[in-house]
Design a protein around this ligand. Structure first.
Ligand code: UT7
Length: 334
């Protein structure tokens, strides 16, 4: 079967207005602006004060539809990558579908944490490549403030809230679009990064609330080591099998968990910092939103251009990780 090429035909993002700075965090936990900047690269993050993940997702989605000039009813499929769904069920994607009025689309969520957007982009791409669908909306959205323990200095400094989305459509252009992808999972990593309660293993109870088990738990040191190796290994694998050297790549778009992880990944790939999309200083780790948030900001600034070779790479809870290689096909965003 001849596969259709899939490409991104619109991109947009939404971030809440409220800023939580390192100075604000200094008043909440025993930390310092200097420690946070040196160890993570983060200076501030956004916090959604009212509403849920679906509200941010809808804002990003509506901007995508407006950019592309299509109605919500033209969508075939909506995939939302999130670990902070509005409710355990139904899927946040269904809530987004209803709020958009995307009555001809089916909708589901993907739970792959910081790799969520790439997993969702991979699935969406397959639906376009196979010819099943022509308009797939892929959203990465997380209200991380809803599962962050603001008494735990090792995690509360890291996370922020945001949503960003892309539209996938078929293209006849031979050279442009989504060209390759590679993904991994290793469930043995679950013990290092998870939420202890609220699922079927430990349903919510007075005890789980008292023990603060409804927040994200992370063994940062253990995750750090595997994140560097996982993200750089898979990015190098994608480069090698597409016969790419650092000279061929215009942009590396890494998941924004920690500036030191981003730098180590770029170094392994031989890519200069000037070719790496980095906005972690403004938003922290927004989990499923980091990669499309970078793509949207860089495209809107006119820095991500038609024909650019781009590598997306992520690592997150599960463990999950992967990379995708694409040639950007959208005309200049400026
Ligand atoms: O996105 C999904 C994947 N997640 C990641 O990729 C995150 C991976 N991990 C990390 O980014 C880093 O491990 C952290 C940023 C979470 C922590 O940085 P680190 O350099 O690994 O610090 P550490 O955990 O080794 O802690 C060093 C010291 C400790 O003190 P002692 O034991 O040496 O006295 C911590 O208690 O820093 C202390 N510390 C802090 N100090 C001030 C930990 N958090 C803070 C803090 N402010 N917020």
């Amino acid at each position: 079967m001849e596969l259709q090429r899939a490409t991104i035909t619109a991109v947009a993002h939404y971030v809440p207005d409220k800023i939580l700075s390192n100075k604000d965090l200094e008043k909440m936990v025993d930390t310092s602006d200097d420690w946070i900047v040196t160890r993570t690269g983060i200076r501030e993050r956004r916090i959604l004060e009212h509403g849920a993940t679906s509200d941010m997702a809808v804002q990003a989605a509506q901007r995508v539809l407006a950019n592309r000039g299509i109605s919500a009813e033209e969508l075939d499929l909506i995939i939302v990558a999130t670990i902070t769904s509005d409710m355990v069920f139904p899927a946040t994607a269904c809530l987004v579908q209803a709020k958009l009025g995307a009555w001809n689309a089916w909708a589901f969520d993907i739970n792959a944490a910081c790799s969520g957007f790439l997993y969702a982009l991979s699935v969406g791409t397959r639906f376009v490549e196979s010819g099943v669908h022509t308009k797939v909306l892929v959203i990465g959205a997380d209200k991380m403030s809803s599962i962050t323990d603001y008494t735990d200095r090792t995690t509360c400094i890291l996370f922020g809230d945001a949503a960003a989305a892309v539209l996938l459509e078929p293209t006849d252009e031979k050279e442009l679009g989504i060209l390759d992808q590679k993904f991994y999972s290793d469930g043995r990593g679950a013990e290092f990064l998870h939420m202890k309660a609220g699922g079927s293993l430990r349903p919510a109870s007075h005890e789980t609330v008292e023990k603060r088990m409804h927040y994200l738990y992370q063994d940062g040191k253990s995750v750090f080591k595997v994140a560097v190796k996982g993200m750089s290994d898979v990015a190098v694998e994608i480069m090698e099998r597409n016969k790419l050297t650092y000279k061929d790549i215009d942009w590396l778009v890494p998941h924004q968990a920690n500036l030191r992880i981003v730098d180590a990944t770029a170094e392994r790939m031989g890519i200069d910092r000037s070719k790496v999309m980095i906005n972690i200083e403004k938003y922290g780790n927004t989990t499923a939103a980091t990669i499309p948030l970078c793509l949207s900001e860089w495209w809107h600034k006119g820095l991500l251009k038609r024909g650019h070779s781009v590598i997306l790479a992520a690592f997150g809870a599960g463990y999950t990780w992967g990379a995708m290689y694409l040639k950007w096909s959208l005309e200049n965003g400026k």
